[in-house]
Design a protein around this ligand. Structure first.
Ligand SMILES: Cc1ncc(COP(=O)(O)O)c(C=O)c1O
Length: 396
């Protein structure tokens, strides 16, 4: 089917929740994708931080093929081999002692918040259920995660929201200290805010939050749905700070493009979930977790973290050079391969211009161009994006 017909059918039959660009992508390999008409694009969106390994990584494809021929799904009534393997690998390479599997970032965050409340009921004094989250945060689209999200634009039209949330400014540990009261059970945040405009923690901020949580006896939850699995140059963003959270959520790139979510839990807290307390039909499904084992192994064994760090700092330095040339660039920021250019004007038309030139980038918050290439990206590909961007900027 040609692209016009496909887009017409999409308008007719698919719910209108996305503002889409007028291309139909049908194939991907590494850092490239192709549309139905055969046009090639360099992909610096990577499914919004899902395709960290690049598109159709051979190890993920092979794992899916093998697993699909063996067993696609069984209930969590039974033990599941690749689920056990992925949980073991995640625990071996993180602070965690136990993993709960689900299917998306929102679901992982739901699990984290449910566990925080359950743990509070069992282990904290008084009735503690409130969770402090950050302004500018993004935690998902279910009712609880939508409420946890500290951005009013996502709340509009959905009131009444869930009770039990409080918002404070990002990068302000004293605001958290002041907000904690006798109802607080946890502080939840993204160590680098993605949807909120690529906002990095200032030095000592995360450590400060860890200290406050320890002092007050409450939990620290990191949402690494977007920045986990190598995006910042370490497997998990918390590793940059020399601290550990109590709970951590993952999704997006955990299974190399196959839907999955995970809640990583420390010993002593994990015990508050007992059989029947929480569940998901598809959570930890054989197909998804087999892909997860392949994806995590590839990240760890194929030099992707090193490449992310190296190419990421090269990319950042090229963006910083650009800032000197164009007065409408307000700020350049990011870590590893989650980078952003904050503009003094709207960035939507720039994304469209780049698309026409065969490069996929994203704009968040209306004026922050966001770059999330696969972790296998090369300096040459970064050069191509920077040079094309300069061409577009020169026309402004
Ligand atoms: C930090 C963060 N948390 C949670 C989510 C929600 O994930 P999902 O769309 O898989 O539910 C996202 C999605 O962009 C995210 O960036």
């Amino acid at each position: 089917m040609d692209s016009q017909t496909l887009m017409m059918l999409s308008e007719k039959y698919v719910a209108n929740t996305y503002a889409r660009y007028p291309i139909v992508l049908v194939r991907g390999k590494g850092t490239r994708v192709w549309d139905v008409d055969g046009k090639e694009y360099l992909d610096f969106v990577a499914g919004l931080a899902v395709c960290n390994l690049g598109h159709c990584h051979p190890r993920v494809v092979k794992a899916l093929q093998n697993q699909a021929e063996k067993l696609i799904h069984v209930s969590n009534f039974y033990y599941i081999e690749p689920q056990i393997q992925l949980a073991s690998l995640l625990c071996k390479h993180s602070f965690a002692d136990k993993v709960f599997f689900c299917n998306s970032g929102a679901e992982a965050n739901e699990g984290a918040m449910k566990l925080a409340r359950k743990y509070a009921k069992e282990k904290m004094e008084g009735d503690r259920y409130e969770i402090i989250t950050m302004e500018g945060s993004f935690h998902g689209r279910t009712f609880a995660t939508l409420t946890a999200t500290g951005q009013e634009k996502f709340h509009k039209g959905y009131s009444p929201l869930m009770p039990g949330f409080k918002y404070v400014p990002f990068n302000d540990p004293e605001a958290v200290r002041k907000a904690v009261d006798t109802k607080t059970c946890a502080v939840m945040l993204e160590p680098v805010q993605g949807e909120g405009g690529v906002n990095c923690p200032s030095e000592g901020y995360l450590k400060g939050l860890r200290e406050i949580c320890d002092e007050k006896g409450i939990l620290l939850i990191f949402d690494e749905v977007q920045v986990g699995m190598g995006r910042t140059g370490k497997l998990f963003a918390y590793e940059h700070e020399g601290i550990e959270p109590d709970l951590l959520t993952l999704a997006k790139s955990l299974a190399g493009g196959v839907p999955i979510g995970a809640l990583l839990i420390k010993k002593g807290i994990a015990e508050s979930f007992r059989p029947g307390d929480h569940a998901s039909t598809f959570g930890g499904n054989p197909l998804a977790t087999a892909a997860g084992v392949a994806a995590l192994s590839a990240i760890l064994e194929e030099g992707m973290l090193e490449n992310c760090e190296k190419v990421g700092s090269y990319f950042l330095s090229r963006l910083e050079e650009m800032k000197k040339k164009f007065a409408f660039i307000k700020e350049v920021r990011g870590k590893g391969l989650i980078l952003g250019i904050e503009l003094k004007m709207e960035g939507g038309s720039i994304v469209k211009e780049m698309l026409q030139r065969g490069i996929l980038i994203n704009c968040t918050m209306g004026n922050v161009l966001r770059f999330l290439p696969p972790l296998i990206v090369t300096r040459e590909e970064v050069d191509q994006v920077v040079e094309t961007l300069e061409e577009v900027f020169n026309k402004i």
